[in-house]
Design a binder for this molecule. Structure first.
Ligand code: 3E9
Ligand code: MG
Ligand code: MG
Ligand code: MG
Ligand code: MG
Ligand code: MG
Length: 360
């Protein structure tokens, strides 16, 4: 099915060193032997370094490389363990495997999994996170990796039972299983700042982060649908979730695009507001979230991971001039309807609401 042009109000940008970073992350995957030989041969062609260069277009080069190698590592887990390997159908064993890897991330000195390529890759990443980040950013990186692990265990239980979650559950799962939250601390590290605690734990900031995760993972679902449907075995994607709820394929595509357009509008409005009322670091952080959203879209429409030239996906080569849905009302998705409580008033059709920004 053809994917129509998607809307983005965020400007495209890319780090000037993208080509070197892309070559280096392929070398890193070889050095640490990430994934099977077959998986690695595919991963090194996916321009993962270019993706990192789009996530942090103005960031410190060393940290862009950490992002690139970490995304490579994540695909080693997500493709190698969860989607293509037997662990993806064994939630209990996957939970144990992820816990051991998490211990390595948390305590790289622990004599665990010493001959395991993914564990050794993670030890290398942890050392670099320590070098470029603060203790609290490193701790948050580990904590967010734990929430990713919990969500892929949930996925595995659906994969084993061959069931499709309802939309609200799927949304909740997708806020974590796209590994977007694990990248968030790296956005700060990329520019060498830390959000003040009062802002870090503000509900409105979490809403903005979750909205970014939503748009990134919905875009991924829309753009990876061809790849995922063509692969053998179970696949999980918002388009499948909506079809399970009774929509036809075209209707599901239109609905998913409308949902991401509506959330993207709310995200832009909320981050505009946070930039106005927040600290200098908040302005950097919201810019980081925006680059992550736009970078994921730009990478998603161009990477051979999704265009699959051997069996071409019908992906858009242009962008839409306007959103298909600019409503300011909450989406009918229970897990996330609270987001609209913290989006400030001032958009058309919006009633005034209390702003969840404490002490600002
Ligand atoms: C997971 O979903 C990944 C997408 C959200 C792509 C964007 C990548 C990142 C935010 C960082 C890396 C995250 C990983 C590898 C989980 P899915 O549908 O399994 O990705 P796919 O590429 O197979 O469509
Ligand atoms: Mg996945
Ligand atoms: Mg996948
Ligand atoms: Mg440090
Ligand atoms: Mg968080
Ligand atoms: Mg996908």
């Amino acid at each position: 099915m053809a994917v129509p042009p998607l809307y983005s109000p965020i400007e495209t940008a890319i780090h000037p060193c993208h080509a070197e970073i892309n070559a280096q992350t392929a070398d890193w995957a070889e050095t640490f032997e990430i994934g099977s030989v077959d998986l690695r041969r595919r991963l090194v062609r996916h321009e993962i370094g270019v993706f990192a260069a789009r996530i942090l277009p103005h960031g410190r080069e060393e940290v862009v490389r950490v992002v690139a190698d970490f995304v490579m590592w994540l695909f080693g887990v997500d493709d190698g363990y969860c989607e293509e390997g037997p662990l993806g159908q064994r939630p209990g064993d996957l939970a144990g495997t992820m816990h051991r890897l998490l211990r390595v991330a948390q305590n790289p000195e622990a004599p665990l999994l010493l001959d395991d390529p993914l564990a050794n890759g993670l030890r290398d990443l942890r050392a670099r996170v320590d070098l470029y980040g603060t203790d609290s950013q490193a701790a948050r990186w580990v904590a967010n990796l734990r929430e990713y692990a919990l969500s892929v265990v949930w996925e595995a239980s659906h994969r084993r039972a061959n069931t499709v979650p309802a939309l609200s559950d799927y949304t909740l799962m997708r806020l974590y299983d796209g590994a977007t939250t694990v990248i968030f601390p790296l956005l700060e590290m990329g520019h060498g700042y830390e959000l003040p605690l009062s802002e870090r734990d503000d509900k409105a900031v979490r809403a903005a982060e979750e909205m970014a995760s939503f748009v990134i993972t919905w875009d991924n679902d829309i753009l990876s649908d061809h790849k995922e449907r063509s692969a053998d075995g179970y696949h999980l994607n918002v388009l499948r979730v909506l079809e399970e709820e009774g929509l036809g394929p075209q209707e599901a595509m239109a609905r998913a695009i409308a949902q991401r357009d509506r959330v993207l509008g709310a995200f832009m409005h909320l981050t505009d507001h946070l930039r106005t009322v927040g600290s200098q670091q908040m302005r950097q952080y919201t810019a980081g979230l925006r680059s992550f959203v736009r970078g994921s879209l730009d990478w998603g429409v161009t990477s051979v991971r999704y265009t699959t030239p051997e069996d071409p996906a019908d992906l858009p080569t242009a962008f839409a001039a306007r959103p298909t849905d600019d409503s300011c009302e909450p989406l009918g998705i229970d897990a996330v309807s609270w987001w609209w409580d913290v989006v400030p008033a001032g958009r058309p059709l919006r009633a005034a609401r209390t702003l969840g920004l404490s002490g600002m």
